[in-house]
Design a protein around this ligand. Structure first.
Ligand SMILES: O=C(CO)[C@H](O)[C@H](O)COP(=O)(O)O
Length: 213
């Protein structure tokens, strides 16, 4: 299996703070995620800025698209996104629209399984429709209610679908190695890095833990 990638979730609303945080952690991560509140606040200009500053990083725009998939995602791919997310709960037509936009730009579409009832059925159907990445995701509000993504990761990984698997939801230094062992190809870390006293040191620790598995 290819080495798992580490995705840093940039969840600030502030444009300059987002660029500064990305600069701090860049040596230790593979993918920058522009989080949903951040992309809503700052728009496509932030994609252009990060693309220009970090040409060697993958850039995920967490659009969490719910409708008009191709129309909404196209300008973000055109601005340099490597991956855009679309909600599994949006339905197959919207997911297919984002997949079409991704393919038109040589990029990838990630299905976010957040709040999907039948995650296995959704993963199978969207993989069949050409999705590139399946996102197992326990959102911030669900985390606050005590939920974690680990059982869903095991369920989806066991399907053996021809997609990469991304996992997000409160992952930190104490859980990241279990997530790798459970089959994650992309590990998303937000608060455990940006909330640390030293985000650079926290990102380095996550990198070392992932590489040690
Ligand atoms: O997409 C998100 C919320 O919807 C977050 O960016 C994702 O959950 C990663 O952050 P954390 O590690 O703090 O959970």
């Amino acid at each position: 299996m290819a080495k798992p990638l580490i995705q840093m979730a940039l969840d600030s609303l502030d444009f300059d703070q987002t660029v500064a945080l990305a600069t701090l952690v860049a040596p230790h991560v593979d993918i920058f995620e522009i989080g949903t509140p951040c992309i809503k606040h700052n728009g496509v200009n932030l994609v252009r800025e990060l693309r220009a500053r970090f040409p060697d990083k993958l850039l995920l725009v967490d659009l969490k698209t719910m409708d008009a998939g191709e129309y909404e995602a196209t300008p973000f791919y055109a601005a340099g996104a490597d991956i855009c997310t679309v909600l599994g709960v949006s339905g197959l037509a919207t997911c297919a629209g984002v997949i079409k936009a991704a393919n038109a730009h040589g990029a990838e579409a990630q299905i976010d399984l957040i709040n999907v009832g039948d995650k296995v059925a959704c993963a199978r159907a969207t993989a069949e429709a050409g999705a590139h990445i399946m996102g197992i995701h326990t959102g911030l509000d669900a985390q606050a209610a005590g939920h974690t993504p680990f059982a869903d990761l095991t369920d989806i990984a066991s399907l053996g679908l021809p997609v990469r698997i991304s996992v997000a939801g409160g992952i930190n230094a104490s859980t990241v190695q279990d997530v790798v062992r459970a089959g994650a190809n992309i590990i998303v870390v937000g608060a455990a890095i940006y909330g640390a006293a030293s985000p650079a040191d926290a990102a380095r620790e996550i990198r070392e833990l992932v590489d040690a598995v």
